[in-house]
Design a protein around this ligand. Structure first.
Ligand code: SAH
Ligand code: SF4
Ligand code: F3S
Length: 445
């Protein structure tokens, strides 16, 4: 037998790309590849890319520039581009960077082994189709020995988006919304739990719009995300369930109720609003008002009073006035997010907003700084408010100092505590004794 070939994968963008990268490693494992963390020893390098903002997309070309010397020194090295830039730009990537051998969009990953054979034979391979068949039926489930498996894992339950927000590339790069059948998800979840996974984060661009087929033996029909979470919660050994990312308009009554009823469902919800101005929300095609969003959060908090909200904001969307921006700050002050992400609007080719007048970089930068100051202030006070509380921490890894372990609280704060290494992967009851810049200090009780 020949020595395994080495595969180096670099992942950009969202958690779904992290999940996909793991699946691609699995798929190429069948072609004799073993993953390496060292690009210089690789026989194949795959960049799993993100197209969400211009900066994210440009990273691909600067990375390809950096890889040039490796390719020059080792002509046998194959370079592939996967992910959302691959989908959006396709052949253009090979035109701009002729050293690229392979371009594969997110819906064609199960065809990677055949594409690999083609590039080994000296050809280039390009596949940005949205095939009829379900790629997940053809991709091996995530593997990896139990001992090295992290206690947290992602599980893609839904992919794609039909919402068409005016700024967003996702409906074009990930395609139409597709939900995976519940039976497969339950099987994949059980498999992960057997490998030591204690926390699952269900992924989808519109995860709360999940509507996958229910297993016949459980009554069939289409399941909602709430129904799926209820079934997952029955898996022994699975301790925590999260899901991301949700759209406010798909936050159904049964899902809100689930937050009050299912202990394993963590009290943390990422529910992006993008803007606090109704005028801008309409321009973004978000299809709800600021008031409707605030009422929704009230209902969620009625069901689960200790829930922490998280969100995304875009500042400087075309047409945004100082008054619109003030509405965003006001919404932020009302919600008081436990954490939130904010971005300067980035015009994306092919999206409806791309042709509209941009407010200018200076204005956008200034608003971003002001919004982030408010968010950071709320984040800090929320984190500081944890001190003195008792809660569980899921221990994920060894800390930097001797005898120290690091885990996550239900509210996704990193917490470190003195504990033996054997607690890795376990829930430990702690008291929070300190709040640092980026983490909490905890003491096991
Ligand atoms: N529903 C998606 C959102 C993906 S994009 C999900 O599952 O993650 C993540 C965030 O990026 C969005 O919520 C939005 O705040 C931001 N974003 C998307 N397109 C953008 C653009 N053109 N410019 C700036 N930010 C953008
Ligand atoms: Fe993009 Fe909007 Fe779909 Fe989220 S809901 S992926 S922001 S189009
Ligand atoms: Fe980026 Fe594609 Fe995810 S554009 S955010 S990698 S869905």
């Amino acid at each position: 037998m020949s020595a395994p070939k080495k595969l180096f994968v670099k992942t950009y963008g969202c958690q779904m790309n992290v999940y996909d990268s793991e699946r691609m490693v699995g798929a190429l494992g069948a072609s004799g590849y073993e993953q390496t963390q060292d690009a210089s020893e690789a026989d194949m390098i795959l960049l799993n890319t993100c197209h969400i903002r211009e900066k994210a997309a440009e990273k691909v070309y600067s990375e390809l520039g950096r890889l040039r010397p490796l390719k020059d020194a080792k002509p046998d090295l194959k370079i592939g581009v996967a992910g959302c830039v691959a989908q959006a730009e396709g052949e253009e990537i090979i035109r701009r960077q002729p050293m690229v051998d392979l371009v594969v969009g997110p819906q064609a990953y199960h065809r990677l082994p055949a594409m690999e054979a083609k590039v080994r034979a000296g050809q280039t391979a390009l596949d940005t189709d949205f095939p009829e068949e379900d790629k997940f039926d053809h991709l091996p489930a995530p593997r990896g020995p139990k001992a090295s498996r992290a206690p947290t894992a992602f599980l893609t339950v839904q992919e794609g988006c039909d919402k068409f927000c005016a700024f967003c590339v996702v409906p074009y790069t990930r395609g139409a919304e597709v939900s995976r059948p519940a039976a497969r998800l339950l099987a994949e979840a059980r498999d992960l739990v057997e490998r030591g996974v204690a926390e699952l984060t269900l992924l989808g661009q519109n995860v709360n719009g999940y509507h996958g087929a229910g297993p016949a033996e459980l009554g069939g029909g289409d399941w909602t995300l709430a129904r799926l979470v209820r079934e997952l919660a029955k898996i022994d050994g699975l301790q925590r369930i999260r899901y991301t990312t949700s759209h406010p308009n798909d936050m159904t009554d049964d899902l809100i109720a689930a937050h009050g009823e299912i202990d394993k469902l963590m009290p943390y919800l990422h529910l992006p609003v993008q803007s606090g101005s109704d005028r801008i929300l309409a321009g973004m095609n978000r299809r709800h008002t600021a008031e409707e969003y605030l009422r929704l959060i009230e209902r969620i908090r009625d069901a689960r009073p200790d829930i922490a909200m998280s969100g995304d904001f875009i500042v400087g969307f075309p047409g945004e006035t100082e008054e619109d921006f003030a509405d965003t700050i006001a919404l932020c002050e009302q919600v008081r997010y436990g954490s939130a992400f904010s971005f300067k609007y980035s015009p994306r080719p092919g999206t409806p907003a791309a042709g509209r007048d941009f407010v200018g970089d200076d204005v956008a930068s200034d608003r971003l700084a002001r919004l982030q100051a408010v968010i950071t202030d709320h984040q800090r006070s929320f984190q500081n408010a944890q001190v003195g509380k008792r809660m569980s921490v899921l221990v994920e890894k060894v800390g930097r100092e001797a005898g120290q372990m690091i885990g996550k609280t239900p509210w996704l704060h990193a917490a470190h505590l003195d504990a033996p290494e054997q607690v890795r992967g376990k829930l430990v009851e702690v008291e929070i004794i300190g709040s640092n810049t980026n983490s909490l200090s905890a003491r096991a009780i």
